[in-house]
Design a protein around this ligand. Structure first.
Ligand code: MSP
Length: 511
């Protein structure tokens, strides 16, 4: 059997400003998926990186008074730091100013040109620098302040007149609709799929794919007065990292990407333009694009004017990394919008981690340490209650898998917490502290069964909380194979366990 592959991406982040909660969110979600698929034994390729060209970044560099490349270097380093702090396990970090990417963009441009999909014309219309997007007039409105804004995003638009190359997007309407039809799972959640479908059904205009009024971009091959439109440049990153244009590169085996994770505001680029570019170049489109929602912070939209962009790193210092990762993926169903507040963070951490998982692990492991010789206790004659808990533990990976396939992280976590509650109820009912005197052999069986449950939790929760779950599995003396497959082996009775320490302290921070 050949090993299944899984190629997952985050959007590449604009380097016009510092990383914040929104970026950390997309990266954490992608990381949990990448780690989950590795646990499943798949050949995973996980890509993240930075989007460094375009008018927006050029303007930010100018405002900072430094050259765009130097500016991009600084901010890209900050994004790499955020990934390190968040324990993001990417296999590659791509920067669109790298030579490999220029080569790849110019190669796909030539292919599109050879295939007759590009022509020279002139663009005259609205452009929003903040979104790096062209808008029809009907997609904008003039507000009382005399400025015209894009309706979808609230970004100010400006009138642009310049020579431009166009991509014949209008010719792809039927092909795209046929692709969506044949691949019902291509765009998720369903509401987004409907939105994209109605946009494409309403008819597609050709797309301007080059700019001449600034120079911070990848030159159009054969006509260096133009730089490529930053979204064409940016989307191509996903094939560059897979080796394009070298389709014999070992990494090309990962293409097509299995999943592009994107925020809801950039679905159109990924679900319409991107597959059209690829079809035009004779390359297979990605398998799935999943759009997630947006966080507000303490009820407010994060914005420059409010100055309330939150950097995740100080929160990691205050609450702990896995606490933050858990909160991000548990609090809000993936795909919905949500609110990030200190109060809900503190509540979650204390209720679910300190009192829930942490307490279960601590009470079990310290009891074993004190009363069962500090080794994996032997399993005696199991009773139906023991078997029932062990069966719940054995069923956990399958239940979580079903949720992970739908990117329902909160449901996958809820499955784990059902097992935690079952284990808590089991301890209370079996009362090992009482059995210590009345039936020591039975006590050991109960403790053994609890270790089976803890191992299942420790292994399956690694994608969400890699550091703390590594510690939990160390306390259980689990060997090097910590994949889902390792759960099939019986627990090695008698193996010495290290002295456990608390996994998740209660937090007392102010809301
Ligand atoms: N550079 C483009 C993506 C190109 S991909 C070929 C871009 N960059 S971005 O830095 O503006 O945004 C990157 C991601 O961060 C998006 O998926 C976006 O949805 C996410 N978030 C930005 N703010 C957010 C919130 N407030 N909440 C959740 N995610 C948000 O777009």
């Amino acid at each position: 059997m050949t090993q299944a592959k899984f190629y997952v991406t985050t959007p590449i982040y604009y380097v016009n400003g510092a990383p914040h909660l929104g970026h950390a969110y997309t990266s954490t979600a992608a990381d949990a998926l990448a780690r989950w698929h590795r646990l499943e034994g798949e050949d995973v390729f996980f890509l993240t990186g930075t989007d460094e060209h375009g008018q927006k970044v050029e303007a930010a560099a100018r405002a900072a008074g430094i050259a765009p490349q130097e500016f991009a270097d600084r901010v890209a380093a900050d994004f790499a730091d955020m990934a390190r702090v968040m324990n993001i396990s990417h296999d590659d970090f791509i920067r669109t100013t790298e030579p490999r990417h220029k080569r790849s963009c110019q190669a796909i441009w030539r292919r599109l040109e050879e295939n007759g999909h590009i022509y020279l014309g002139a663009y005259e219309g609205w452009y929003a620098v903040r979104d790096e997007a062209f808008y029809d007039e009907a997609e904008t409105a003039l507000r009382p302040d005399g400025v015209r804004y894009a309706l979808a995003t609230g970004a100010a638009v400006e009138w642009v007149v310049e020579p431009s190359y166009f991509f014949r997007l209008s010719g792809f309407q039927e092909k795209l609709l046929a692709y969506y039809e044949a691949n019902p799972g291509f765009i998720a959640p369903a509401a987004k799929r409907n939105e994209v479908l109605s946009f494409v059904r309403s008819g597609l205009n050709d797309l301007s794919i080059s700019r001449t009024s600034f120079s911070w971009g990848i030159p159009v091959p054969g006509d260096e007065r133009h730089v490529m439109y930053v979204w064409l440049d940016a989307l191509v990153n996903y094939i560059t990292a897979a080796g394009y244009p070298d389709e014999a590169a070992p990494r090309w085996r990962y293409w097509p990407a299995d999943l592009h994770l994107v925020g809801k505001e950039i679905i159109r680029f990924h679900a319409v333009y991107w597959p059209a570019f690829l079809m035009g170049a004779g390359i297979e489109p990605p398998r799935r694009v999943f759009s997630h929602g947006w966080w507000t912070v303490e009820g407010e939209k994060m914005s420059k004017s409010l100055g309330n962009f939150i950097d995740i790193r100080p929160l990691v210092d205050e609450f702990g990394l896995d606490q933050i990762r858990y909160f991000l993926l548990r609090e809000v169903p993936f795909g919905n919008d949500g609110d990030f507040s200190r109060r809900s963070l503190i509540t979650r951490v204390n209720a679910d981690l300190a009192n829930g998982l942490g307490n279960l692990a601590q009470r079990t492991l310290s009891f074993i340490n004190r009363n069962a010789g500090g080794v994996i206790p032997p399993l005696g004659a199991a009773q139906p209650r023991d078997e029932a808990l062990a069966a719940e533990a054995a069923a956990l990976p399958g239940r979580m898998r079903a949720a992970m396939e739908r990117l329902a992280f909160h449901e996958a976590l809820e499955e784990a917490w059902r097992l935690i509650r079952a284990a808590d109820a089991y301890i209370d009912a079996e009362a090992p502290w009482a059995l210590r005197k009345t039936d020591p052999a039975r006590m050991l069986t109960v403790l053994h069964t609890l270790c089976v449950a803890l191992r299942a939790l420790g292994v399956t929760l690694q994608p969400f909380m890699p550091g703390s779950m590594a510690r939990l599995l160390d306390y259980l003396a689990l060997g090097e194979d910590r994949s889902l497959a390792a759960l099939a082996a019986p627990l090695p009775e008698g193996v010495a366990l290290p002295a456990p320490a608390g996994l998740f302290p209660r937090v007392t921070g102010t809301a």
